[in-house]
Design a protein around this ligand. Sequence first.
Ligand SMILES: Cc1cc2nc3c(=O)[nH]c(=O)nc-3n(C[C@H](O)[C@H](O)[C@H](O)COP(=O)(O)OP(=O)(O)OC[C@H]3O[C@@H](n4cnc5c(N)ncnc54)[C@H](O)[C@@H]3O)c2cc1C
Length: 462
Amino acid sequence: MPEARPQIVWLRRDLRLSDQEAFRAASARGPVIPVYVLDDETPRHRAMGGASRWWLHHSLASLATDLHKHNAQLILRRGRAAEVLAALVEETGASGVHALRHYEPWWRNAERALDKALPVGVKFIRHGGLYLLPPGTVTTAAGGPYKIFTPFYRALRERMPPGDPLPVPSLTLPESWPASDRLEDWNLLPDSPDWSAGMRAAWQVGEGAAQEQLWDFAERAGSYEEQRNLPSVDGSSRLSPHLHFGEISPRQVWNVFTRRSGEGVESFLRELVWRDYAANVLLQFHDYPEHSYKESFAAFLWRDHESEAAADLQAWQHGRTGYPIVDAGMRQLWATGWMHNRVRMIAASFLTKHLLIDWRVGERWFWDTLVDADYASNGTNWQWVAGTGIDASMFVRIMAPLTQSPKFEAAGYIREWVPELTELPDAAIHDPSDIERPADYPAKIIEHRAGRERALAAYREL
Ligand SMILES: Cc1cc2nc3c(=O)[nH]c(=O)nc-3n(C[C@H](O)[C@H](O)[C@H](O)COP(=O)(O)OP(=O)(O)OC[C@H]3O[C@@H](n4cnc5c(N)ncnc54)[C@H](O)[C@@H]3O)c2cc1C
């Protein structure tokens, strides 16, 4: 039976109206007040990086526009989420708060705090929907969590497809709306300087754009397996920021492919499961992105990135290492907030092995610069590449960027992102000789063999 008292929908990384259980459940109970709280204060909070804030601004603007079509508003408030929401409950007389369950340590803290902060009789109801299956529910025969990807994938796969997505609910509106901050006043967009031109050119943000991107990719998914590793080709879905901010649900993505088969589709769905796997790792180890999982690495001889290795770190960040594939990736990241997955692996391996810089330094850089920066996925992938993690490639498996680049046909990609090298023929562009190397393109900051040997020596020390 619907109530007259409003229901608050607390939004975080679930900025959509369709397949959104919190909206569905709230609207079944009463008038709905959607709220986004900009919270940089809850204990253990890892504040969003610059690129994420840019995306967030546009995603909130898009959601507000979509809500207006239902004559509803998006209420914006700032502060410690539990306190802000409890105050809003008092103010509006709401009898329930609905949210999708989140797994970052700060969101778990905020959810616990909200449980305590709400007045007696007001319910805080958490729903699933961020992942294909709720993290923690894919378990071994003995009932424990999986640590390794492949058995996790097999067990999750047996429980797919994930069921039908929910339609957009019809929203009942409250009699009056509480006050809201103005999005512009949050200063989420960069202004001095405005470095977001490349991001504006690369992305359409919001639920509608996410759906378009999904259907565009669905046309190409058959060739995903052959093309996903080729950075010069638009072979992957580019859904990662939309999935991260919840503009689309993984269930909606999976369902497009339920009745399709083939190598490309299977390979894509397997990649999608990595997202669930990363959340499953984070749920087991709450500070996974903060420390090497393999404890022995606490004593590893990383170079000091604030002194001895500072110039090398800067060269990596700015795409000036002298390795064209690494530089192309780092410049794509800086310009668009995204980097091709194969190149992420090469660039991360280069930082942690050739430059012998702690993976956590790279993880932080990606956190600040990726539009899909995701606490679980970023940490899991960095530890995987560095060889320090739970399901990691070994440290001694050192990627050779100069071999990877021609193997994955990166010439076109390098031309796009490293204009100094545009004139070089394919044969020279992956590793220009001293004569071929243009004057405005840097020499290699370390030779491959020297970098490799230094990394292996550090590992032997360990
Ligand atoms: C060092 C490093 C850091 C990374 N940091 C992030 C991050 O912060 N956020 C993030 O979403 N991905 C991260 N990835 C994983 C991967 O690179 C991106 O998900 C992928 O490039 C996004 O492009 P896409 O949407 O076209 O992917 P597709 O290949 O089309 O895959 C579909 C979806 O599956 C998920 N996915 C695919 N691969 C992975 C993976 N290895 N781990 C987790 N999820 C995956 C993503 O949600 C992706 O959108 C990282 C990888 C590396 C090597």
